[in-house]
Design a protein around this ligand. Sequence first.
Ligand code: PMP
Length: 295
Amino acid sequence: MYYDSDTVLYVNGRFQKAQDTRIDLYGQTLHYGLGVFEGIRAYNTVHGVKIFKATEHYDRLRRSADLAGIPFHYGSEELTQISYQLLKRNDFTNAYIRPLVFCGPNMSLNEPKEVSLMIAAWEWGKYFSTRSLRVCISSIQRPSPKSFRIEAKVTGHYVNSIMATMEAKNRGFDEALMLDCHGFVAEGPGANFFYEKDGVLYTPPLGNILPGITRNTIIDICRELDVPLEERLSRPEELFEADSAFLCGTAAEIVPIESIEGQHVNKPWKNSLGSIVQEAYQCIVMDKSYSYVIV
Ligand code: PMP
């Protein structure tokens, strides 16, 4: 599904066939979840193939490695160049790029010595299969920042995300909305969260969430378009009064939420602040001007 007999990967300085690649089954990442990764998108824009915010993603990858104690010495510019070459070799224009920094054989819990980098890419259309989401409030909380480097994109953290997603699906919902360790609204299992109330967009502040690159882009869009935005902690009860809401991330882009625990948001999506932001976001990733978007 993610590769076929022609697919090329980048692994430790070489481009090679995905199907010929072997990894060590005694790796620390496989056993203990100590690895870091990124999720990046490339778009076939009006100015050719562009990787959206490549530097920001690779800076976050390097920071994640640092926070997780994984020695990693590639620069963001070098990683960006490799990613463009990978797209070219696979003949991709619209693609999802997945760099993974993983640790070699080491069954101890000590600092990793042997560290590898692989970068894969595949054509990934829509992340969610539905156009708008029915979300539940998950009983699985985001990890405490006192237990994990929550701002790092560490492979093992995603056990928490998978548990929340499985619970949501088992309860008949499309997606989970997770609370932080103090019971405030935090984020989705793989996306940040915004909601609208009385003409203002609200999103949780940094501290208990992954600092999303899409979230940052949305904050910039709001500034530019004079959309009122506040970073604020909210209790889940407050969401039942929301006029609109959405999840956002590189893979998901901006996806409307239609209901939270079965309670519908007040406004149709097309009349929401989120839909204005969504239109602007689509223009930015496609390298088009969005000055015509009127608030
Ligand atoms: N939160 C979590 C837990 C995520 O996994 C992601 C996806 N990387 C996001 C938020 C959104 O981050 P970004 O916009 O950088 O993709």
